[in-house]
Design a protein around this ligand. Structure first.
Ligand SMILES: *[C@@H]1O[C@H](CO)[C@@H](O)[C@H](O)[C@H]1NC(C)=O
Ligand SMILES: *[C@@H]1O[C@H](CO)[C@@H](O)[C@H](O)[C@H]1NC(C)=O
Ligand SMILES: *[C@@H]1O[C@H](CO)[C@@H](O)[C@H](O)[C@H]1NC(C)=O
Ligand SMILES: *[C@@H]1O[C@H](CO)[C@@H](O)[C@H](O)[C@H]1NC(C)=O
Ligand SMILES: *[C@@H]1O[C@H](CO)[C@@H](O)[C@H](O)[C@H]1NC(C)=O
Ligand SMILES: *[C@@H]1O[C@H](CO)[C@@H](O)[C@H](O)[C@H]1NC(C)=O
Ligand SMILES: *[C@@H]1O[C@H](CO)[C@@H](O)[C@H](O)[C@H]1NC(C)=O
Length: 519
């Protein structure tokens, strides 16, 4: 009896979430989220660990696998985990942000179940509410290619995941290294892959390894044209994958360094040691230099130099470049402008197009599913509005299968990073100044990289193109925690008109189970 009802539950889950495709393997994780005491900067403090590990375990799967993660919340407050860069095809229920999910109450568990459909690459996960990411709870995600699809480079000798970020200790901002013991042991002559994720709060970091080239091969799911860099600016929420060959014949260790960029307050670097097995001693001399800080074009030119390898296969056998985004007619254009934080109704808030997002206690997705009126409005403007800023739950009425151009104009004085859940988008242009229609003439219409988080430099714009073929309610947010939590986010409602009205009793059954979690 019990097993039968469990079976029905499981089956309805399958039907409802459009999950579990026959034949695709499953991978199961059991995670316990708790506080532990750790000393990432030599000072003992409370951090958020997963299964006792900080940073959390790597979540690893292969294209099209079904991932099931049972998360037990042993914190003393609710927790919600988001899967940064995972597209959750037609399944925004698993996205783990307030617009789609209720947080898991303290002491409870919840099982996320999603398929990593048509994806490869390096991504990250982290807690999405209450500034928890500043205390940990994050880790790397790896989606491997299926065997039938060749990877455009040789098999590396080892795999190293680094999570880097800024970090608060005792009210001063410092940089944190999350590298176990601070030492990475390598063999001379071998090639290692370094997957580097900026899971910090708000600071862009310049990453480099002394005397070693970083051969960039992938960014958040796109294989790139392989190029060597001596350093890379990695912005909040971004993931990069480099191959690094241990080609030095010197007899000492080397520095691995992450240094804050575009901030005046601190230049304290996070440092780890690259230790060759034949090393005779510690690294001599100062840390390797960061790029010229007073040259604003360096970082932008570096970003523009990252391009997609159009002939490489990725998640599907056909080459990445066969979706010729530059030849598709744009159907919808949105220009989103931020502003520096300002007072709205006496509160310090941030905005996009003059609207500071207010997250209602009922997830938008639930309100949409049940036609609960009055939770949100589908009236988000597609241009900045000439009116005083407001706080509102205003959602974008996006077009299902619309080929959409989004221009992000950063009027703030710091780098802002924008992430869109549910999709990879093509980064087609960025420049200083105010975007105009003429700016389209400099777009890269051929080999712009498809990724899920892009930086927008202060006083500059970034343009992205995205094909909205994934129905759901999807979060577009500033990844910088301060900007995000002060209101700089919005949701896109992408409704497939043909299936939106379908509902079954089994679905109701699932949701009745979910309703008590409303908070
Ligand atoms: C909670 O965990 C138990 C034991 O692992 C599992 O059987 C149950 O399905 C989980 N509940 C949810 C809602 O994920
Ligand atoms: C692009 O991918 C192809 C196919 O895998 C590979 O042969 C080629 O070396 C790659 N080119 C660059 C510049 O990375
Ligand atoms: C990158 O640098 C390595 C040496 O560190 C070199 O062997 C390799 O040929 C370079 N690759 C490219 C594409 O420039
Ligand atoms: C850093 O200082 C310079 C010069 O005072 C100023 O123009 C710039 O806006 C500051 N940058 C940040 C991120 O505060
Ligand atoms: C740094 O860049 C600035 C502005 O482009 C230039 O004036 C200065 O000479 C550069 N400094 C170095 C050390 O290259
Ligand atoms: C949203 O857009 C669709 C067309 O894509 C339109 O039919 C619908 O009326 C719009 N909804 C609102 C509330 O504006
Ligand atoms: C922000 O907008 C104002 C008004 O258009 C403009 O004067 C200012 O230069 C802009 N600042 C940035 C950093 O874009």
């Amino acid at each position: 009896m019990a097993s039968k009802s469990w079976w029905i539950f499981l089956n309805s889950l399958v039907g409802f979430f459009n999950f579990a495709f026959a034949g695709d393997p499953f991978v199961y994780y059991d995670w316990k989220i708790s506080y532990i005491s750790a000393a990432p900067l030599g000072v003992k403090q409370q951090v958020i660990a997963i299964n006792g590990h900080f940073p959390g375990p790597i979540l690893e799967a292969t294209t099209n696998w079904n991932v099931v993660v049972n998360v037990k919340n042993d914190l003393d407050e609710p927790v919600l985990i988001t899967w940064n860069g995972i597209q959750h095809r037609k399944n925004s229920w698993q996205d783990g942000v307030l617009g789609t999910n209720c947080p898991i109450p303290a002491g409870w568990n919840w099982t996320y179940a999603f398929q990593v459909k048509d994806q490869i690459g390096s991504f990250s996960y982290f807690p999405s509410t209450n500034f928890q990411r500043a205390a940990g709870g994050y880790g790397g995600i790896i989606i491997n290619n299926r065997d039938v699809i060749p990877v455009p480079f040789g098999n590396p000798d080892g795999d190293i995941t680094l999570t880097i970020g800024d970090w608060f200790v005792k009210s001063h901002k410092d940089l944190r290294k999350n590298i176990e013991n601070g030492v990475i042991n390598v063999e001379p002559g071998k090639t290692y892959r370094f997957r580097v994720h900026n899971v910090g709060i708000s600071t862009s970091l310049n990453f480099r390894i002394q005397n070693h080239n970083l051969l960039l091969v992938e960014t958040e799911g796109s294989y790139t044209v392989q190029q060597n860099y001596t350093n890379m600016d990695i912005h909040v929420g971004q993931s990069y994958y480099f191959l690094v060959t241990m080609d030095q014949i010197g007899s000492n260790d080397y520095y691995i360094v992450a240094t804050p960029r575009f901030v005046n307050s601190t230049k304290a670097s996070g440092v780890a040691i690259l230790h060759y097995s034949n090393s005779q001693g510690p690294t001599p001399g100062p840390l390797p230099d960061i790029p010229n800080e007073s040259d604003p074009s360096f970082s932008m030119n570096q970003a523009r130099s990252i391009r997609m390898n159009v002939s490489a296969g990725a998640a599907r056998p056909n080459p990445q470049g066969s979706f010729k985004y530059g030849e598709i007619t744009v159907t919808d254009v949105y220009l989103f402008q931020n502003r520096p934080p300002e007072l709205i109704n006496g509160k310090r808030r941030t905005t996009l197009n003059g609207i500071s997002f207010f997250a209602p206690s009922t997830p938008l997705k639930l309100a949409q599913q049940y036609n609960i009126l009055g939770i949100y409005k589908l009236d988000f403007p597609n241009r900045p509005m000439n009116r005083p800023p407001i706080i509102d739950t205003s959602v974008i009425n996006a077009t299902y299968k619309g080929f959409t151009e989004i221009i992000l104009q950063n009027n703030d004085t710091t780098v802002q990073n924008y992430h869109l859940d549910g999709y990879a988008f093509f980064v087609v242009g960025m420049d200083y100044g105010v975007w105009t229609e003429n700016s389209r003439s400099v777009y890269n219409k051929w080999d712009g990289v498809a990724r899920s988080t892009t930086q927008v430099f202060p006083g500059a714009w970034t343009a992205i193109l995205v094909y909205l073929d994934n129905a759901g309610i999807w979060n577009l947010r500033a990844q910088n925690l301060d900007s995000w939590y002060l209101g700089q986010e919005v949701y896109l409602s992408v409704v497939n008109p043909e299936v939106s009205e379908k509902r079954t009793r089994l679905k109701e059954f699932i949701f009745l189970g979910h309703l008590p979690f409303l908070w």
